[in-house]
Write a protein that binds this ligand. Sequence first.
Ligand SMILES: C[S@@+](CC[C@H](N)C(=O)[O-])C[C@H]1O[C@@H](n2cnc3c(N)ncnc32)[C@H](O)[C@@H]1O
Length: 202
Amino acid sequence: MKHQQNKSRNWKEYYQKLNGTPPRPLLLKALEMMGEDLEEERLAVDLGSGVGQDSLALLERDWRVMAVDNDPNAFDMMLKNLPEKYFDRFIYFCGSFENAYWGSAHLINASYSLPFCPEEYRETVWRRIRVSLFPGGWFVGTFFGINDDWKTLDLKTKEEVEHMFRGFDIKYWLEEEKDMRTATSTDLKHWHIFHVIAQKAF
Ligand SMILES: C[S@@+](CC[C@H](N)C(=O)[O-])C[C@H]1O[C@@H](n2cnc3c(N)ncnc32)[C@H](O)[C@@H]1O
């Protein structure tokens, strides 16, 4: 079966499956590495936030959060789950990565989202991510490798991902290849994923 993988992808079923699930372990690992000692207000940007499990985890840990996703259904679900006490530290932008603007950030989280960025915007979006992080700021996210089954997405070699992080200290790196179901299908898909936690140089 061909998996849906393009811009017209319908995420509704995915959101229903992910609704109420815990934050991504990679984000929790990064937060542990960073330490919980927040001396100042810190801003996190959650790119392709989906139903917001990662945004919520950040809000629970006193971060200010900007969530970006171009699917309104994502925010409908996210806002239903979001306790009112977080509203003054949370903003969202319902639009594409390439149209989103944010100030300097201490953390950018992009969990399973950047590979969906249309080709013509990838460079601009990545440049904005790099530039917007404060010196010492952190990036947490996943990229898809060239052996991944979803061939129309942004698939990268190990060297390409490494190159994206020049000027960063890579704190955690895991390259994974496995056959596993997607969140919304019983068919096996070949996954080739790079999980990266990196800190921008001071
Ligand atoms: C696989 S989901 C990941 C959601 C969430 N980060 C997670 O880990 O479950 C990818 C998300 O990225 C969003 N997305 C895809 N392309 C996008 C784009 N160009 N701009 C903004 N959001 C986008 C989708 O709407 C979807 O919610």
